[in-house]
Design a protein around this ligand. Structure first.
Ligand code: ZN
Length: 181
């Protein structure tokens, strides 16, 4: 009986709840009802009549749900500074999803070292997931890459990539979350 009590006490200690003022508890509270944005999780596309079901939110809602840098890049077509993104040197195996809506966009197998300072891929997971549009800002004609579900700005695509596609998807780390596999 004495042993049982000791074991119970030990078990209880191991499973002791975190103090309420710990950062883990604070972020879990923030994350639940007020912030429905998935972070680091895959939310697959849904289709109706062969078209991807879109996520549409007002600017105010995006502003609430994204952090300042995500809002600037995803919703205002901003660009993070070269060589600053946290996914630039990520060589793990996994899936890169849209930081706005969790749609899988790129696979680690298609990531390559472009030397440009931004994560670079030679193709998306599926053409359905990416929307291209011409961007004539900064005096250049470039092809902008957006998430096909939420319209979040990802980066640009250039015709100077490696085989087999010859394309270089130049993507902001801020626009992506990584799901390790
Ligand atoms: Zn998205």
């Amino acid at each position: 009986m004495k042993y049982l009590i000791i074991l119970l006490a030990f078990g209880a200690c191991n499973n002791a709840p975190l103090p309420t003022d710990s950062p883990a508890v604070a972020s879990a509270k923030e994350g639940s009802p007020t912030n429905p944005i998935p972070t680091d999780s895959i939310i697959p596309a849904q289709y109706v009549d062969g078209k991807i079901v879109k996520v549409e939110k007002s600017e105010d809602v995006w502003k609430r749900e994204l952090n300042d840098q995500e809002f600037y890049v995803l919703r205002k077509e901003g660009t993070e500074r070269a060589f600053t993104g946290d996914l630039l040197d990520n060589h793990d195996r996994g899936i890169f999803v849209c930081a706005g809506c969790g749609l899988p966009l790129f696979a680690s197998e298609t990531k390559f070292e472009s030397g440009t300072g931004w994560p670079s891929f030679y193709k998306p997971i599926s053409e359905d997931c990416i929307a291209d549009k011409t961007d004539s800002s900064h005096g250049m004609d470039r092809t902008e890459v957006e998430c096909a579900r939420c319209g979040g700005h990802q980066g640009h695509v250039f015709p100077d990539g490696p085989p087999p596609t010859g394309l270089r998807y130049c993507i902001n780390s801020v626009s992506l979350d990584f799901v390790k596999q």
